[in-house]
Design a protein around this ligand. Structure first.
Ligand SMILES: [Zn+2]
Length: 526
C-alpha cells in the first residue's frame, strides 16, 4: 500500500472505543463470550518478534500470537487474517512464500483472505502453498478463466464452523485492485469479480445453510482510494455481521449501516503484526450479536511467553534463511556506490543500476528514486543475496505513475534542491544539464544545489505537456519526502525493488551493467 495514504488512514476512527489493554495475564483464561475472533492483516512477511531500543515489544511474532490465542480458553474462537501476508520481508520472499505459509499453518489460522500481494508469486504458487500447508485462503470473487466447473473458483469461497448450536459462515473477498496492484502477469488467468455482488451471494448462501453469524475476511481497504472500500461492501451487501479487513493498513473498529438498516462491524488491525485485533461476540436476546472490538498493540502481550514449539520451528526457518542469504549470487568487477553522502549529492552507479532495473522490469520511460531508499554499497567481488537485501532492505514496492512532463520536472528540481537529504534523486532514463545555485536556509546558512536546465527522457527533450510512465517506489508515490506532485498520478503496482534489482544484476551481462555504471546523466553547465 501507499505509505503516507496508509498513515493518513491509520488513525483509529471508530464509533467503538478501541481499548488499549496494557496487560494480559500469562495464564490460561476464558472470556465468557459466545465467540472470540482474533484477527491480523497486512503482515507482509514480518513473522518474527521485534523490539525497540528500549526493549519494548513492537511486533508480536507468530509464536507469541499463537500463545495468546491458545491461552484464551473460550471454547469458541477464530483466528482470521485479512491478506497480504505471504510477501514483503526476506522471510517471506526468500522461498517465495513457503516459510510464511508454514508458519501460518503452524499458527493454525481458521481463515485467510487473499490479498493482492498474496498473488505476487503468481496464482499457481499461491494455490501450491495453500495445498501444501492446508491453508484456508478463501475467495468468493476470484475465478479462473481456464478452470473447469460451474463457478470456477480458484480457492474455496467460504467455510462453515460449528460449535454446538452456534454455526458461523466465513467467506473471503479479494480486492479487484489486484489486477493492477501485482505484476499483471501474475493474475493474467484470473478474474476478480464485483465484491458487492459476491458478498450478497455469499450472505444468502450462508444464511440458507443455517449460519447464525456471517463473517467476511476481506482484503479491500478503507481508504478513499480503495475501490471499493470495505465500508461500501458493508453498506451495499446487508447481512454481514463482521468484516475483518486488510489492504489500507488501518486500525479500525467501525459500525457501518447497510442499505436495509442492519449494522456491520468493520475491523482491521494495522499492519506488520504490530497489533492483534480481538472481537468479542455475544448473542442478543432479540437475535443477532453484540460486538466489542479492540486493537491491541504487541506490547500488551509482553506477559505471554511465546509458544515454544512454534518458536523452535521459526528458529529453524530463520537459520535456513541465513544460509540462503549467504549464498553468492553474482560477481561484480566494479564497486557499486551506495555511500550515503554520494547518494545524497550526485547520481551514483548503484543508483543508476537500481533505477535501470525498474525501467527494465516495468517498461516505464524512466525511473526515479529517493537517495534515502538505498541503504548500502556493494564492494567489487562476490556478492551474496544478503548484501543485495541490505541495499534495499525495506521491502518497498515499485509503483509506475502516469505523470506529465511538467510534474516530472518539478519532481527533479524538488529533489535536486535538497542536497544532503534523503530526498535527493537517483534516476535512469533521464539525462539533464544542470546549473549550480546557492540556497539560503531559514537560519541564513548557504548551500550549493543543482537545478535542471534542460532535461531529456529516452534521448528526447522532455515535453512538459506529454504524459510519461515513471517507475518509483510506494513511498514517493504517496508523497514521501515532500514529493506531493506524485500523489495525484494514476498508478500501477509491481514487485518489490529488491526482487527486481536482484534479478537484473544477476541476469544482466557485465558489459551492460558497466555501461550503466559509466553513464553520465547529469552534466554540469554554467
Ligand atoms: Zn494490499
Amino acid at each position: 500500500m501507499k505509505n503516507t495514504r496508509k498513515i493518513a488512514n491509520s488513525g483509529v476512527k471508530s464509533s467503538l472505543a478501541v481499548l488499549l489493554v496494557l496487560a494480559v495475564a500469562g495464564t490460561a483464561w476464558a472470556s465468557g463470550h459466545d465467540l472470540v475472533i482474533y484477527h491480523t492483516n497486512d503482515v507482509h512477511g514480518y513473522a518474527l518478534e521485534e523490539r525497540d531500543e528500549g526493549g519494548r515489544l513492537t511486533r508480536l511474532g507468530y509464536d507469541r500470537l499463537k500463545a495468546v490465542v491458545d491461552s484464551d480458553e473460550t471454547g469458541r474462537k477464530l483466528l482470521i487474517d485479512a491478506g497480504d501476508v505471504l510477501h514483503g520481508q526476506a522471510f517471506a520472499t526468500a522461498r517465495r512464500g513457503d516459510f510464511m505459509a508454514q508458519v501460518l499453518s503452524l499458527t493454525a489460522y481458521d481463515a485467510l483472505a487473499a490479498g493482492n500481494h498474496d498473488f505476487d508469486y503468481g496464482d499457481g504458487r499461491l494455490l501450491h502453498l495453500v495445498d501444501k500447508y492446508r491453508l484456508n485462503f478463501l475467495a468468493a470473487n476470484v475465478t479462473g478463466k481456464t478452470l473447469g466447473g460451474d463457478k470456477k473458483y480458484i480457492l474455496p469461497p467460504y467455510l462453515i464452523r460449528s460449535w454446538g448450536d452456534l454455526k458461523v459462515g466465513i467467506f473471503g473477498l479479494s480486492t479487484p485492485e489486484t489486477m493492477t496492484s501485482t505484476d499483471p502477469r501474475n493474475v493474467a488467468e484470473l478474474t476478480f469479480g464485483d465484491p458487492v455482488a459476491a458478498a450478497r451471494e455469499m450472505v444468502a448462501l450462508l444464511r440458507a445453510e443455517g449460519a447464525e453469524m456471517v463473517i467476511a475476511a476481506m482484503h479491500m481497504g478503507s481508504g478513499p482510494y480503495c475501490q471499493p472500500m470495505s465500508q461500501t461492501v458493508a453498506a451495499e451487501a446487508p447481512g454481514i455481521d463482521l468484516i475483518v479487513d486488510g489492504h489500507s493498513h488501518s486500525k479500525l473498529a467501525e459500525r457501518v449501516k447497510s442499505v436495509d438498516g442492519r449494522e456491520t462491524l468493520v475491523v482491521s488491525a494495522g499492519s506488520y503484526l504490530e497489533n492483534l485485533g480481538r472481537v468479542y461476540a455475544d448473542r442478543k436476546p432479540e437475535g443477532g450479536f453484540a460486538f466489542s472490538a479492540e486493537v491491541l498493540p504487541a506490547s500488551s502481550f509482553e506477559g505471554v511467553p511465546a509458544d515454544p514449539a512454534l518458536s523452535r520451528a521459526m528458529g529453524v526457518l530463520r537459520e535456513e534463511l541465513e544460509v540462503e542469504l549467504n549464498q553468492v549470487v553474482m560477481k561484480t568487477p566494479f564497486a557499486l556506490d551506495g555511500a550515503r553522502d554520494n547518494l545524497r549529492s550526485r547520481s551514483t552507479n548503484l543508483g543508476r543500476i537500481i533505477c535501470a532495473s525498474l525501467v527494465e522490469a516495468t517498461g516505464a520511460d524512466a525511473a526515479f528514486l529517493n537517495a534515502g531508499s538505498i541503504r548500502d554499497s556493494i564492494p567489487a567481488g562476490e556478492v551474496t543475496k544478503g548484501q543485495i537485501l541490505s541495499v534495499l532492505p525495506y521491502g518497498n514496492y515499485i509503483y509506475v505513475l502516469e505523470i506529465t512532463g511538467r510534474d516530472l520536472l518539478a519532481a527533479l528540481n524538488h529533489g535536486l534542491g535538497q542536497p544532503e537529504s534523503g530526498a535527493f534523486p537517483q534516476f535512469w532514463g533521464l539525462t539533464m544539464e544542470a546549473g549550480k545555485t546557492t540556497l539560503t536556509g531559514s537560519d541564513g546558512t548557504k548551500k550549493e544545489a543543482l537545478a535542471a536546465k534542460s532535461v531529456k527522457i529516452g534521448g528526447k527533450p522532455l515535453d512538459l505537456n506529454a504524459k510519461y510512465r515513471l517507475a518509483t517506489n510506494d513511498f514517493l508515490s504517496a508523497g514521501g519526502d515532500g514529493y506531493e506532485m506524485f500523489t495525484k498520478c494514476e498508478y500501477r503496482e509491481f514487485a518489490t525493488l529488491e526482487e527486481v534489482f536482484r534479478k537484473f544484476v544477476t541476469e544482466s551481462e557485465p558489459a551492460a551493467l558497466k555501461k550503466i555504471s559509466d553513464a553520465e546523466v547529469i552534466r554540469l553547465v554554467k
